[in-house]
Design a protein around this ligand. Structure first.
Ligand code: MG
Length: 273
């Protein structure tokens, strides 16, 4: 059987189409560099409509229905080691405040969200997320009292994401430096952003974070951080931007992602650019 002659192949078959490909690539590059746009992340899902609630499964599905780039969600570990969805460090049950980290799951389960859903487990949330078509899940690991709890949360959730085949659709964020570092090790291919606003892009590169995900006031004080982050190959996310003027300022700063409670307003402003 004759062996392929690579030079013959190059001369006859590949040169002409590859010129076409190069031309097409150049056109696409011109188009992509001339259009600067931001992606929208729905903060705690798209919940600001009748019948929904922050961090509910309904809000996740609604974020998907408006084709948001991402739907953000906050998660904690119950006292008996079940990852659950909730924003605050505590919940209110029958008028009593309960700290999520100190409460067993069976009790947390009795909490109902504003739309009547029971407080979801991360497992239930991921199962619903598997039905989403457009939206990525932006998982916020909440800082816990001990590093052991943070490790347990990160291991359990990342294992769950992997087991359900969702790793390509999930990104992670945290205020906890320890959780950012642990997530980077446990999910080396996933985007991982740091939320706390106190580190310049160069420091984020050293810890291999994907970039800053800071409150908009941080970028107003340090606008040069956006450019610095981009020069280091990072992406920049900003939260929680709900007011038209602030939205426009962040668009002008050329951040990559805008996290908002008003995803349709951000979309409308972006469409006018
Ligand atoms: Mg959050």
């Amino acid at each position: 059987m004759p062996l392929h002659n690579p030079f013959r192949l190059l001369g006859e078959g590949l040169v002409t189409p590859s010129r076409g490909h190069i031309l097409l690539g150049l056109c696409l590059l011109l188009v992509s560099t001339s259009v600067q746009s931001q992606e929208i992340i729905a903060h705690r899902g798209y919940w600001k409509i009748n019948g929904s609630a922050q961090n509910s499964i309904d809000a996740l599905m609604k974020a998907d229905s408006i084709k948001a780039y991402g739907s953000e969600v906050d998660i904690w570990l119950s006292s008996d080691g079940i990852p659950v969805v909730n924003h605050d460090a505590d919940v209110t049950l029958d008028g009593e405040k309960l700290v999520v980290q100190d409460t067993p799951f069976a009790t947390l389960r009795k909490v109902t969200l504003a739309n009547g859903e029971p407080l979801p487990t991360v497992e239930e949330y991921l199962d619903a997320f598997a039905r989403c078509i457009h939206t990525k899940l932006i998982i916020e690991f909440k800082p816990h009292r001990t590093k052991e709890q943070e490790d347990e949360l990160a291991v359990k959730v990342i294992d769950m994401v992997n087991a359900k085949g969702l790793s390509d659709k999930v990104e992670y964020i945290s205020f906890s430096l320890h959780l950012v570092q642990q997530t980077r090790e446990l999910a080396p291919n996933a985007p991982v952003y740091y939320l706390n606003g106190d580190l310049a892009p160069e420091a984020l590169s050293k810890m291999k974070a994907s970039g800053p995900d800071y409150n908009f006031s941080v970028f107003q004080k340090n606008p040069e951080w956006v450019k610095e982050a981009h020069e280091l190959g990072q992406k920049v996310n900003v939260w929680t931007v709900n007011n038209p003027e602030e939205i426009q300022k962040m668009i002008d700063l050329k951040v990559n992602y805008i996290t908002t409670d008003e995803p349709l307003l951000v979309k409308e402003i972006l469409d006018k650019q």
